[in-house]
Design a protein around this ligand. Structure first.
Ligand code: UD1
Ligand code: UDP
Length: 373
């Protein structure tokens, strides 16, 4: 019997965290031959994830450049994949989400008429400049893809509004599958700085911010709000693993460095990250992934953006949209810290992102699709 050759392509930290559980699942099936290619759009932050999940890519394009532009990373991925596809000759290319790697890999596959499966399909803000360029990236992938793996029902509805009806599967989000590998009872942090932080007697806020549209003034506002929260609440500590993008680092460091009870640390590997999340009181973030992860742990999420494609979390009551003005962020966090009833309501809301079996559902759909090859 001919195997279905599935080529998974990813390049950044969040794609890797959400694709690794799926790759482990693909490896379990005789009917599938799984091949992994990383673009290296991220280097250190991608390698951290690959090490955690013990996944060794078959191909590594190693493309990251310091402060790369969208155009340069897009052009290099297109050119490299043009050469690689004939060598691998995949039956299906799998991409994830909305990064430059994902959209470009889908486009490169289309140019060689290779079918594309889209994991985490159907997310939309309906604003092509927020998140930028991710909203356009995922719209492009939707036009190209043949198989759509949607985390939730509302993602499916978004696709239907764009007249996409075929081969849509609601699977949950593979990030929930990842917890099976990362979250452990009695976990001991690997990161030295984390080990030194006192958790007992404190409420810990886990904060991350990195989005392109927040770089500059919005990120400054967010940092100032965070500083005020810590200054006014002696029982609050903020742990902020700082993204390696230099534009992000410069702002965060310039405002929050050397502040008592604010811990600026290097990007955490995903084991440490998920386990520190499990012990946090509140999350402040502009990250997509953290908006999905917080609800799993029952940790309220304050979203540091003006809109979100993860409306399920808002509707379920586990996340609130704060915007990016200093006063709005400050007031929302302050209110959650002071109002126990409101906090508990958010903490008890139900996780809308699935039961941790998304990868299995995706592989089963691929096998069914592959029968007609
Ligand atoms: C990218 C994705 C974004 C995703 C984010 C996750 C695009 C356009 N953006 O944004 O959707 O939310 O990843 O983190 O695809 N850098 C390093 N080492 C690393 C990673 C980044 O040094 O391991 C630095 C480099 O200078 C690099 C810069 O960060 O040029 C920006 O990286 P890039 O992937 O272009 O954008 P992100 O903002 O990380
Ligand atoms: N994450 C991590 N270490 C960190 C910060 C984040 O492992 O220091 C994980 C986080 O738990 C989530 C993913 O990275 O699974 C989110 O990635 P990121 O915020 O970079 O991108 P986004 O989700 O916004 O695309």
């Amino acid at each position: 019997m001919k195997k279905i050759r599935v080529l998974s392509i990813f390049g950044t930290r969040p794609e890797a965290i959400k694709m690794c559980p799926l790759i482990k699942e693909l490896n379990k099936y005789d009917k599938i031959e799984s091949v992994v290619c990383v673009t290296g759009q991220h280097r250190q932050m991608l390698d951290q994830v690959l090490m955690n999940f013990e996944i060794m890519p078959d191909y590594d394009l190693n493309l990251m450049k310091e402060q790369q532009s969208l155009t340069s990373i897009t052009a290099s991925i297109l050119l490299e994949l043009e050469k690689l596809f004939p060598e691998i000759n995949p039956d299906l290319v799998l991409v994830h989400g909305d990064t430059t790697t994902s959209a470009t890999a889908a486009l490169a596959a289309y140019y060689q008429q290779i079918p594309v499966g889209h994991v985490e399909a159907g997310l939309r803000t309906h604003n092509i400049y927020s998140p930028f360029p991710e909203e356009m990236n995922r719209k492009i992938i939707s036009q190209i893809a043949e198989l759509f793996f949607c985390p939730t029902e509302s993602n499916k509805k978004n696709l239907e509004r764009e007249n996409i009806y075929k081969n849509i599967y609601i699977t949950g989000n593979t990030v929930i599958d990842a917890f099976k590998y990362t979250v452990k009872k009695q976990y001991k942090f690997k990161n030295e700085s984390l080990r030194k932080i006192e958790f007992d007697g404190f409420r810990v806020i886990l904060m991350t911010a990195h989005r392109r549209e927040n770089v500059g003034k919005p990120l400054e506002n967010i940092c100032r709000a965070a500083k005020r929260i810590v200054d006014e609440n002696q029982d609050i500590q903020i742990i902020c693993p700082v993204h390696l993008n230099p534009s992000v680092r410069d702002t965060i460091v310039s405002i929050l460095e050397n502040q008592e009870r604010i811990h600026l640390i290097e990007p955490l590997d995903v084991d440490d990250m998920h386990n520190v999340m499990a012990r946090s009181y509140l999350i402040m973030t502009d990250s997509g992934g953290l908006q999905e992860e917080g609800p799993y742990f029952g940790i309220p999420v304050v979203v540091l953006r003006t809109e979100t494609e993860r409306l399920e979390a808002i509707e379920a009551g586990t996340a609130k949209l704060a915007g990016v003005c200093e006063e709005a962020v400050y007031s929302m966090v302050r209110q959650l810290l002071n109002n126990r009833k409101e906090y508990r309501k958010m903490a008890q809301a139900v996780n809308p992102y699935g039961d941790g079996h998304a990868s299995k559902k995706i592989v089963e759909a691929i096998i069914k699709w592959g029968q007609v090859l």
